[in-house]
Design a protein around this ligand. Structure first.
Ligand SMILES: NC(=O)c1ccc[n+]([C@@H]2O[C@H](COP(=O)([O-])OP(=O)(O)OC[C@H]3O[C@@H](n4cnc5c(N)ncnc54)[C@H](O)[C@@H]3O)[C@@H](O)[C@H]2O)c1
Ligand SMILES: N[C@@H](CC=O)C(=O)O
Length: 487
């Protein structure tokens, strides 16, 4: 891997401003999912080292929270600028460890950096309120205070932006941070640590620990000094962290799985809508919590839509993300096996397989596939496929499609395509999702409250709500003040 700045490729954990190997010398290989080649290793820290990291983050908290918010913002802005300065290196690292096309990696660096800048500005507006007093001679109000040390668990599909969306907010709010990246993609996180240090973020404020996930989570969730757990990943692991954290009653933000419906009404041009649906499905090889998993198309335009979808889908180039492809590899063989299983299950239960043929360019690649005429009994309907496998079925009226779309435990994002404003309103209100995007594939960004309902999670990331996840509201009552009423 040839980086302009080789010091961005770090294989040790970053604790209290020091690059640290596991005290027992254990490490794990990190593999390029496109080629199977070993890129390097990451340290497997021991439980005691995770506890030491909490001690360091707690020690750094008092000073970091006391820094004037404008000064904190300056350091975050310096970090933001460094992400742009080293964008090419960060993108290359990401494509090597995650597999996504290099252009998508560049896009993720911009996206990830935007959260740091947004929160650096937003923290300056973390206002409390004054409360008209019901108590004689008292002044009442609130102030916002940082929650404390925050632990963050992040997934491999967006190895940089899922960290900055959390850490940007937490650091801006005055919290200190311990990040546990996915073991598949530790290098983006460690490069972020290198740049945080160069930006002047003090030792102990931003830490990255690597290790066996169950060991790390057990220590962090049970440590009383950790006041907030922020997790992005599967619903299964999210539930586990919730259970582990209950003994110490922590604040929790959970960004979990999705099973996004993509609804196309009969006033749409089927070809244009099919093109949009392909864009909403296949980014990051379908390994995206926002990926259009279940596509519902009005029966009047269903056949043409399906035909056009297959044409657009088959135009996508599958291959190594470094070689100008549209779809890179899946993260590992287990993901390929899961995609195969979902297709086989659909066919066995009566779905038609369209596309998906041809020789995949390597072991971890899966050719984009559409299952037509899917039903709620199929895995493709019930599970987040997290692969380039989409399902489509026809619907006849709006009430039916609302019911179908809501027939899932998930509730992250939904897409609606129609130009009829009354239908937009009805569908948008009827869909049990945290985010509804109408006539647009792109919905996310730093200023929006990103998050789901039902088993897709708790809390919001990004926007003003994202900062609040790291702030406590402290109420004050100043009694017996000389004519103090602020009413
Ligand atoms: N809602 C969102 O914003 C969002 C964004 C990205 C990904 N996701 C979801 O993430 C999932 C894919 O990512 P993933 O496979 O990395 O998720 P995952 O749940 O397997 O892992 C996420 C993180 O948790 C850690 N982890 C895994 N097992 C653990 C355990 N037993 N104890 C403690 N920690 C553990 C991992 O090492 C990783 O750091 C999908 O379900 C996707 O929808 C959601
Ligand atoms: N694409 C999502 C990440 C989900 O996997 C985002 O924009 O945050």
């Amino acid at each position: 891997m040839k980086l302009n700045d080789p010091r961005l490729f770090r294989q040790y954990a970053y604790i209290d401003g020091k690059w640290t190997h596991g005290s027992e010398g254990r490490e794990e290989a990190v593999v390029d999912p496109a080629t199977g080649e070993i890129l390097g290793h990451c340290a497997l820290l021991e439980a005691a080292q995770i506890t030491e990291t909490v001690t360091a983050a707690e020690g750094a908290f008092a000073e970091w929270r006391a820094i004037n918010v404008h000064e904190r913002a300056e350091k975050l802005n310096a970090w933001y600028r460094l992400l742009h300065e080293y964008k090419e290196d960060l993108a290359l690292l990401m494509t090597y460890e995650q597999g996504k096309p290099l252009d998508d990696s560049r896009g993720e660096v911009d996206y990830g950096a935007s959260f740091i800048q947004w929160f650096a500005e937003e923290a300056k507006r973390a206002y409390g309120v004054t409360i008209p007093s019901h108590i004689p001679n008292a002044a009442l109000g609130t102030i916002k205070e940082p929650v404390g040390v925050s632990a963050m668990f992040t997934p491999w599909n967006f190895p940089l932006a899922m960290i900055t969306r959390k850490a940007g907010a937490a650091l801006a709010a005055g919290c200190t941070v311990i990040v546990k990246p996915a073991n598949e993609t530790p290098y983006s996180a460690l490069a972020l640590a290198e740049l945080a240090e160069r930006a002047g973020i003090p030792a102990g404020v931003f830490n990255v620990v690597t290790g066996d996930p169950a060991t790390v989570s057990e220590v962090l969730c049970n440590d009383n000094r950790i006041r907030n757990i922020s997790f992005t990943g599967s619903t299964r692991v999210g539930k586990l962290l919730m259970r582990q954290s209950s003994s110490s009653v922590k604040r929790m933000s959970l960004e979990l799985g999705g099973n996004a419906p993509f609804i196309v009404c009969d006033d749409m041009d089927p070809d244009a809508a099919a093109k949009e649906a392909v864009a909403a499905k296949f980014q990051t090889a379908g390994q995206d919590c926002l990926a259009a998993n279940r596509i519902f198309v009005h029966r009047k335009i269903y056949d043409v839509f399906v035909e056009r979808f297959v044409v657009h889908m088959q135009a996508l180039k599958v291959g190594n993300g470094l070689e100008g492809s549209d779809i890179g590899p899946l993260i590992h063989q287990r993901a390929v096996d899961m995609a195969k299983g979902i297709v086989e299950d659909g066919i066995q239960k009566g779905a038609r397989q369209l596309g998906g043929g041809g020789q995949a360019p390597g072991e971890n690649f899966f050719m984009p596939t559409l299952l037509a005429d899917i039903t709620p009994e199929m895995r493709v309907f019930r599970e987040e496929t997290f692969s380039p496998v989409a399902g489509v079925c026809a619907f006849d009226d709006d009430d039916e499609v609302i019911q179908l779309a809501n027939d899932t435990e998930y509730g992250l994002a939904a897409y609606v395509y129609t130009h009829d404003v009354r239908r937009i309103w009805k569908l948008m209100r009827g869909l049990e999702y945290g985010m509804v995007s109408v006539n647009s594939v792109k919905m996310t960004g730093a200023p929006i409250p990103f998050g789901g309902v039902k088993q897709s999670g708790l809390g919001r990331e990004g926007g003003a709500a994202g900062l609040d996840e790291y702030l406590d509201t402290k109420y004050y009552c100043l009694g017996n003040m000389p004519s103090a009423s602020n009413s």
